[in-house]
Structure formats: structure tokens, C-alpha cells
Design a protein around this ligand. Structure first.
Ligand code: TRP
Length: 343
């Protein structure tokens, strides 16, 4: 049996959403709804691998759900839910903890970066994080996973876990009448360079929620004035814009602003530079500010409206969780039989 195409992706509720989350993830999720069945998750169980204040966790969960809806994800068509409401994620992750090897996890660069020199003192959950991520994806036998470049290694590990499970349990999988490829080999859909958003104060650092300077990050709840001000004050260099993409090499700030323009207008970088090449930032920044305000400000207003009424968001998440659970329960029942758990 060939797998039907299914998209799964998730965002961690561990900080205020910003333009990087929007261009690298949320905006790319929207058109996929036209092509495949999509499941978009708020991965709250991943968030608690490092300490989260419970009130913040709740607020950020609502914020991500609101951003999904405000950006155009349709909760009728797509499944939108938060991970912890579907217990099968934790259940499958445990089985995967017993399939994956310590050495695989220890090689993960995200773990090494986050643990730093403190690896004896981080949570066990942080170490096992990729195993839970594999469970998120494989519970739904998802074939396509849109993520940023930084998640590539986790997706390779997801494929390794699927292959080892299929192999370790081959006899049992066959006895159950399943296809030998019980779990699919998931395709990563890695975002292009125009969707890698850097800090507005330092073009060599990723835009992030943990920036010291608020001027470095455009938050998805920023209003029109804040968006325009941050773009106006963004760091640049004194040169005019080049007329081709290769002229942006070695100019991280210019490259970032042109990339943001391209992503917000669904154009490619060369196309944007055909229009603005030769102009200085005095002309380009107001055009970028206008575009950013036009795209982002109405969504920010809708997000603010939605988070003011969390009851409505909770209903969406509960409904999504119910539909997710139906798929997840079926996979998990099969996994229980394959593994040899009596039920
Ligand atoms: N690890 C992802 C990130 O930090 C979030 C995530 C968790 C995810 N589970 C997932 C992404 C499943 C895609 C699919 O961005």
C-alpha cells in the first residue's frame, strides 16, 4: 500500500511568535492545505523539555493557535490541535525511546547547542526530544514535513527510527498483515533561503524570541506603527541594492531585508532586485515597511481578537484533538499488536 500524502508540522509554545516563525513556517503551511491533508500542531509537550511557566505556556499555546487561524489555516479543513490533548504522542514516543539508540540522540546538534556544558543538568526530556518528534510525525504516518533547515537532522533521525522499527518488528508487521513499510519514510520540505529571517540589528544572527533588543524582532502581535518603526531603524549598510542576488553576498543585513520582502510578496530575490537594484535603503525601507504592514497588521489584529476570547480557540483545539485522536488511536492500536502488548 502506498501512503497517501499527509502533512504534519508543529511549533513550540515557548515564546512570542515573530516574523521568522511566520515566514519560515506558518505562511508556508497555508497553501499546502490545497494539496494534501494537513495536521498542524502546537507542540506543548516539546516546550516543557525546558522550564516553562504554566501561565506563559497556556498563553503561548493560544497565541500559536490564533496565528494559525489568522494566517489562513482553516480549522475545518486542516486539523489544528495541541499535542498534549492526544495521549498517543507520549505513548508512541516511549516505544521509540526503546527503538532509538543513545548514540543517535547524543549526536543531535540541537541537543548539544541547548545543553552546552550543562549536559548533566538538562532534563531527560530534552535528550529524548527527537524521539517525541518522530512520534508526532509517524503517529499520523505523515509523508511531508515542512520545517526550517535547523530541523533537518531531526527529520533524518525520524527516518532512522521508522526504518529500525520496520526492520526490528518485520516478522510481527508481516504477521499482522501490514505492508513491510509500516511507517513511511518522511520527506522533509526545507524552507528556502528567503524564509530564513535574521535579526534586524545583526544580519548574522537568527531573528529570535530571546533577543535583548526588542528592535531586532518583529513580533506577530506588533501593530502597524511598531512594524514600520522596526523596519525604518533596521541596520543596513551604505551601499545601494545590487541588481542580482549574488551581489548580496557578504551583505547580511541587505540580504535579510530583501529576503523578507521576497517572502512577504511571494517573489524571488532576483525579481525583487530587478525592481529595486540601484536604489538605496532610503527608498527600499519604506516600500518594505508598507508591504510588511499590509500583510502583517491585519493578521495581528485578528490574533489579538482571538486571544481575547480563548474559549473560541479552546473549542478549535478540542475539535482538532478529537479528529487527531481518531487517526492516532488506530496507529497506536496497530503498534501495540506489533510490539506484543496485550490489549
Ligand atoms: N522541533 C520542531 C522545532 O523546534 C518542532 C516540532 C516538534 C516539529 N514536533 C514536530 C516540527 C513535528 C515538525 C514536525 O521547530
Amino acid at each position: 500500500m502506498a501512503f497517501t500524502n499527509r502533512v504534519f508540522s508543529g511549533i513550540k509554545p515557548s515564546g512570542d511568535l515573530h516574523l521568522g516563525n511566520y515566514l519560515g513556517a506558518i505562511r508556508r503551511f497555508v497553501p499546502l492545505q490545497e494539496q494534501m491533508a494537513c495536521i498542524y500542531c502546537v507542540v506543548d509537550m516539546h516546550a516543557i523539555t525546558v522550564w516553562q511557566d504554566p501561565a506563559d505556556l497556556r498563553r503561548w499555546t493560544h497565541e500559536i493557535a490564533a496565528a494559525y487561524i489568522a494566517a489562513g489555516l482553516d480549522p475545518e479543513r486542516s486539523i489544528i490541535f495541541n499535542q498534549s490533548q492526544v495521549a498517543q504522542h507520549a505513548e508512541l514516543a516511549w516505544v521509540f525511546n526503546c527503538v532509538a539508540r543513545m548514540g543517535w540522540m547524543a549526536r543531535m546538534t540541537q541537543f548539544k547547542d541547548k545543553a552546552g556544558k550543562n549536559s548533566e543538568n538538562v532534563s531527560l526530556g530534552l535528550f529524548a526530544y527527537p524521539s517525541l518528534m518522530a512520534a508526532d510525525i509517524l503517529l499520523y504516518k505523515a509523508t511531508h514535513v515542512p520545517v526550517g533547515e535547523d530541523q533537518k537532522q531531526h527529520l533524518e533521525l525520524t527516518r532512522d527510527i521508522a526504518a529500525k522499527f520496520n526492520n526490528d518488528f518485520a516478522t510481527s508487521i508481516a504477521a499482522g498483515g501490514h505492508d513491510a513499510e509500516f511507517f513511511p519514510s518522511t520527506e522533509p520540505m526545507i524552507a528556502g533561503p528567503a524564509t530564513r529571517v535574521m535579526s534586524l540589528r545583526d544580519g548574522s544572527k537568527k531573528m529570535s524570541k530571546s533577543e535583548i533588543s526588542d528592535m531586532a524582532t518583529i513580533y506577530l502581535m506588533d501593530d502597524a506603527d511598531e512594524i514600520a518603526k522596526k523596519i525604518r531603524k533596521a541596520k543596513t549598510d551604505p551601499e545601494p541594492l545590487p541588481s542580482e542576488a549574488k551581489g548580496l553576498q557578504g551583505r547580511p543585513e541587505a540580504s535579510n531585508l530583501v529576503g523578507i520582502y521576497a517572502a512577504l510578496s511571494d517573489r524571488d530575490i532576483d525579481d525583487v532586485l530587478r525592481e529595486y537594484g540601484g536604489q538605496g535603503f532610503g527608498g527600499f525601507k519604506p516600500a518594505l515597511a508598507e508591504l510588511a504592514v499590509e500583510v502583517l497588521a491585519p493578521q495581528a489584529a485578528e490574533m489579538r481578537r482571538l486571544v481575547a476570547d480563548p474559549g473560541q480557540i479552546d473549542a478549535v483545539l478540542r475539535n482538532g484533538a478529537e479528529r487527531a485522536r481518531e487517526i492516532a488511536a488506530k496507529t497506536m492500536a496497530e503498534v501495540r499488536d506489533i510490539v506484543g502488548f496485550v490489549r
